[in-house]
Design a protein around this ligand. Structure first.
Ligand code: BGC
Length: 246
């Protein structure tokens, strides 16, 4: 039982083949780089090309950094304006395509096989990469497309991800200590608003977990995503499996 997972991010796309009964990768991860200037058409053409390296008959799941409804991309705050309205099933020209927000995909992987496996209560996933992605499971049920990275920052103006995403860390030249203070502000908002029992943090920032995690304080049980920055890829393959009853 294998499916292909694709994670479209702000600076690249990851593709891989996953055993959906365990969440384990059974192929190398293909990485396709892009910038915010790269058009949707160019990125989609790269993905179509890369998909040729994988078996044709496998269902494909895609995690996308924006609001996704039934394979239709509605927003893409970090990828430029050429994505909204794209239907991924048509654009990737494969019969079995399922798509979902990237943080929702990551949370599916963690809930099925990772750090929040089998957790009930309120589980908040926060992915920190180019943007800040969020996903909420309540008693094992995912509530999709929440976009809490776009909530207003209580003191700095703009939205939360503008101040604490990976892009903000680079743009504002923040040390990990400085970034951790910014992330604390984000976590304070989430704890006040949603009272999560568990917070799972994923995305590129988990590479530095040991350096910053001791610097943040939360009421919830905070955990590092087991799948790190592969959570979106693994989760989207699980979505593909669920949609095709594999
Ligand atoms: C988008 C989210 C996405 C997050 C992480 C945000 O800018 O609004 O949909 O999950 O970035 O990629």
């Amino acid at each position: 039982m294998e499916c292909i997972g694709i994670d479209i991010g702000g600076s690249g796309v990851r593709l891989g083949q996953v055993d959906v009964t365990t969440g384990a990768l059974v192929s190398e991860v293909t990485m396709l780089k892009h910038t915010t200037e790269t058009s949707a058409n160019a990125i989609l053409a790269n993905i179509r090309e890369a998909l040729k390296e994988f078996p044709e008959d496998l269902p494909v799941g895609v995690g996308f950094p924006g609001v996704v409804q039934n394979s239709l991309l509605k927003t893409a705050p970090n990828l430029g304006s050429t994505w909204a309205g794209t239907n991924l099933s048509h654009a990737l020209r494969r019969p079995m395509i399922a798509a979902i927000n990237d943080a929702d995909a990551a949370a599916m992987a963690e809930q099925a096989f990772g750090s929040s496996k089998g957790e009930n209560g309120t589980v908040l996933m926060v992915t920190v990469g180019t943007g800040i992605g969020t996903a909420l499971h309540r008693n094992g049920i995912l509530i999709p497309n929440l976009e809490f990275g776009l909530l207003a920052h209580p003191t700095r103006g703009g939205c939360l991800e503008e101040h604490a995403s990976g892009r903000a860390r680079t743009m504002d030249n923040l040390s990990l200590d400085e970034w951790a203070l910014r992330f604390q502000e984000v976590l304070n908002v989430y704890e006040a608003e949603f009272k999560p029992d568990v917070i799972v943090v994923g995305g590129g920032i988990t590479e530095h977990w040991e350096a910053w995690a001791p610097l943040v304080t939360v009421q919830a049980d905070i955990r590092k995503a087991r799948f790190g920055n592969l959570a979106g890829l693994v989760g989207s393959s699980l979505l593909a499996a669920a949609k095709t009853n594999r």
